[in-house]
Ligand binder design. Structure first.
Ligand code: GUN
Ligand code: ZN
Length: 425
């Protein structure tokens, strides 16, 4: 048993404003009792019976639920910071050549180790990853996650056209490989499988039919793909699928939408498409550092939320430029600012934790510090750098502290990350 002592911040619901304190629990001298990989008690330090527990004092730092990154590409760690291209050129010039390397299981294993190291250094305890087309990349991903007991979601990309030969499967082989990977990994320990047609451009209609079958046969699995990220991508997609009137209509036609559908980017959507997103409960995944870096556009966070579309937040490594969900939130704030929208700090930290857990339907397991939850916890220091410490001299409220963390914070603010009750740093 371990007892973590610190300032507890936990969300109960989505904060409606900067000072909506009903949505969160904050305890200045709080504690979490961890046992068997779970949080068994949470509350004021004085109220928790710590007999027999190892006490780890994290004061004055904040204890929050571990962060959740709902969309990234594990084979793109060496693509980050590739210069001067927008989406389709970026994929062809940098990304596809890099993903070819994952045919080599040793390379995949090495990058999987680096990937989970980096996630944990940044306080992310649950990632949702696209692996490469090669089943060996999925093996590497889930093997490394299991070794550290991380709740991880991922899947092999399905792609059978418009990419180099070394990156293509077929409708049949993609189906067979996905099925075998689902059987092996989905529900094993803390692993979840995501059926992953990369996007409509790299899948033939036959492959989307195969993805439809996989989704229908495995309703517990996630489905992840990309949607309406870039204007040229949309135009090319509509050329390839002329019988559909809009981009989302393609995924809709092939039965890919629903509560388990994670649609990366979802930037340039029509009213009809937003209505379908809402009505099907599909999740729009906001990837701000990527959208700015690749020059894709501004995600309409305020508008989609108002219309009742489910929203998640993600890094989109390696189109994204930071592994840190704090840096990601900083860029999300700026994307909202450019559209005259606001994103209050409590809402931001809700999104990184309970909000993303709800988007994945995993709020009973992760995303909160409630007793019974899995013990995935991040320890945050808002004075981690000289500049942050100086700024914190003038911060008087919790909301201000959170805003300093999201504006100036990064991996240096993460003092410890616990996964299923074990310290990882
Ligand atoms: N669309 C299809 N594949 C990708 C990818 O790897 N990254 C991004 N940002 N968009 C995509
Ligand atoms: Zn992506």
């Amino acid at each position: 048993m371990k007892l973590l002592r610190g300032r507890l911040l936990d969300f109960r619901d989505m904060p409606q404003s900067a000072d909506d304190t009903a949505a969160l629990t904050y305890i200045e001298d709080g504690a979490l009792l961890l046992d068997g990989g779970r949080i068994v008690a949470a509350g004021a330090f004085d109220d928790i019976d710590a007999r027999g527990a190892e006490v780890i004092d994290h004061r004055p730092h904040l204890l929050m639920a571990g962060f959740i990154d709902t969309h990234n590409h594990f084979p793109q760690m060496q693509v980050i910071g590739s210069y001067g291209a927008q989406l389709l050129d970026w994929l062809n010039t940098y990304t596809f050549p890099e993903e070819m390397k994952f045919v080599d299981p040793d390379h995949a294993a090495r990058i999987a180790t680096a990937y989970f190291d980096e996630m944990l250094r940044n306080g992310t305890t649950t990632p949702v990853a696209y692996c490469s087309v090669h089943p060996s990349s999925v093996e590497a991903y889930f093997t490394e996650a299991a070794r550290r007991n991380i709740r991880a979601i991922g899947g092999k990309v399905l792609m059978d056209r418009n990419a180099p030969g070394g990156l293509l499967d077929t409708a049949q082989s993609g189906y067979d490989d996905s099925r075998a990977l689902i059987e092996k990994w989905h529900g094993r320990g803390r692993a979840h499988y995501a059926i992953t047609p990369r996007f409509a451009i790299t899948s033939t209609p036959a492959q989307l039919e195969a993805a439809q079958a996989l989704v229908a046969e495995n309703p517990d699995c996630y489905m992840q793909t990309h949607l309406s990220e870039n204007r040229d991508e949309i135009a090319y997609t509509m050329e390839l699928y002329p019988e559909h009137s809009d981009y989302l209509g393609i995924y809709e036609h092939y039965g890919l939408l629903g509560q388990k559908a994670l649609l990366g980017h979802s930037i340039h959507l029509s009213e009809r498409e937003r209505g379908v997103m809402r009505d099907t409960g599909s999740v729009a995944v906001f990837c701000p550092t990527s959208n700015l870096f690749i020059g894709s556009g501004l995600f309409d966070e305020g508008g989609m939320r108002r219309e009742g579309v489910r929203i998640a937040l993600a890094t989109d490594i390696g189109g994204g430029t930071s592994y840190s969900m704090l840096r990601t939130m900083d860029e999300a704030y700026k994307v909202c600012q450019l559209q005259g929208q606001n994103l209050p700090p409590p809402l931001a930290f809700y999104m990184l934790t309970l909000g993303n857990a709800r988007a994945l339907g995993l709020e009973a397991e992760i995303g909160t510090l409630i007793a019974g939850s899995e013990a995935d916890v991040v320890v945050l220091d808002a004075r981690a750098t000289p500049a942050m410490a100086l700024r914190m001299e003038t911060a008087t409220t919790l909301a201000e502290e959170l805003f300093v963390l999201q504006t100036l914070g990064d991996d240096r603010s993460v003092k410890q990350t616990y996964v299923a009750g074990e310290a990882m740093l």
